[in-house]
Design a protein around this ligand. Structure first.
Ligand SMILES: *[C@@H]1O[C@H](CO)[C@@H](O)[C@H](O)[C@H]1NC(C)=O
Ligand SMILES: *[C@@H]1O[C@H](CO)[C@@H](O)[C@H](O)[C@H]1NC(C)=O
Ligand SMILES: [Zn+2]
Length: 336
């Protein structure tokens, strides 16, 4: 409690100095560079006319051992309806990353984003980090991925999703990050609400769309947030990362969970990108890996489902494109 109060005081001080920015003119928030948080489909398109995006992300460093498993989801089975391979986003940290492996991933068109150098514990360390330290961690990792893996790094995820108020977002904006994916959205128990589409931080974000931790109070024009919409198990309990959900320890049970969330909350609703957020170590647990593979194989058969990176998904949000014209979206075409 005390620390919370302290921090709010600190933020007020910040707000008094550097954070004050011109308020956006009402009505001026328009795509492609601004979008208010909410459940409405970008471009006011109809759900049945748009692609259902699936965004699969892996946290923590990648190495040769995991690469062997990863190759199983790079295959011919895992293709999008336009014939291009499904694409995933990786969030490596420096402690356990082999840069030759992340370099291979980048070369194949997978997205790499910063998840800090040290991923240090305790998680609370991230909630009150100084701007200098946060910058060293997040920009430091971005630089390493750029220089040692020849990757274009556009985004970041804060370790443990432990938000640190305005500090992280100031650092992201000042250091050329295009997006963050650290905010959790959705209620703690199942309420049948539609999930939230990605949005920009032009206006201070409300608790509804930043439902966990120390949210920023400032305004960061043009900085995108790719929120982690909560998923729900069969008891209606929420979780943000799939491998942190309380799930049955067998392939059929996990697959049922993925399918239920996907069809009920996304595919048959407002077609918000469906996030499957995992840790790379998850590849070793066969119940979960096998269910994810089964899920990907199933959606590969649907002609309106695309498994894309965070940046590709954001490109669609900026340029809402009906399925019938999807080949006009350059970032979704095959590069090889
Ligand atoms: C990456 O480098 C390590 C040694 O630093 C090596 O053991 C491994 O085989 C390399 N992996 C690939 C995919 O080149
Ligand atoms: C950060 O805040 C937590 C509580 O939110 C506190 O326990 C911890 O000591 C703080 N760490 C630093 C480095 O200030
Ligand atoms: Zn992590």
């Amino acid at each position: 409690m005390f620390a919370e109060k302290n921090c709010h005081f600190f933020l007020l001080l910040l707000a008094g100095s550097t954070l004050v920015m011109a308020n956006p003119v009402p009505g001026s928030c328009k795509l492609p560079n601004c979008r208010r948080p909410g459940t409405s489909i970008p471009g006011s398109l109809e759900a049945s006319k748009i692609p259902q995006m699936v965004v699969l992300t892996f946290e923590d460093g990648v190495n040769s051992k995991q690469f062997k498993h990863l190759k199983e989801i790079f295959g011919e089975t895992y293709k999008n309806p336009n014939g291009c391979p499904m694409k995933y986003t990786f969030f490596p940290t420096d402690i356990d990353n082999e840069y030759n492996v992340s370099s291979l991933l980048a070369g194949m068109g997978y997205e790499l984003a910063s998840h800090s150098l040290t991923h240090k514990v305790p998680p609370s360390a991230w909630s009150n980090m100084t701007a200098d330290e946060f910058k060293q961690e997040m920009v430091g990792m971005k630089t390493k991925l750029t220089t040692h893996s020849n990757a274009k790094v556009a985004g970041a995820r804060i370790p443990f999703l432990e938000l640190g108020g305005d500090v992280p977002y100031q650092v992201f904006q000042e250091n050329g990050f295009v997006w963050d994916s650290s905010m959790i959205a959705g209620s703690l128990t199942y309420q049948n609400d539609a999930p939230v589409w990605p949005f920009t931080l032009d206006e201070p974000v409300s608790k509804k769309y930043c439902a966990f931790g120390k949210c920023p109070k400032g305004s960061y024009p043009g900085l995108w947030e790719f929120p982690l919409n909560r998923l729900y198990n069969d008891k209606g309990e929420a979780c943000s990362l799939v491998d942190r959900c309380e799930l049955p320890d067998n392939t059929a049970g996990v697959l049922k969970f993925l399918r239920k969330n996907f069809y009920d909350q996304y595919y048959n609703k407002n077609r918000t990108p469906f996030g499957m957020y995992l840790h790379i170590s998850w590849l070793r647990w066969s119940a979960i890996f096998d269910s994810a593979k089964a899920f990907l194989e199933e959606v590969a058969k649907l002609d309106d489902v695309y498994v894309v990176t965070v940046s590709q998904a954001l490109d669609w949000v900026k340029n809402p494109t009906p399925l019938s014209q999807i080949s006009t979206l350059p970032s979704w075409n095959c590069k090889q």
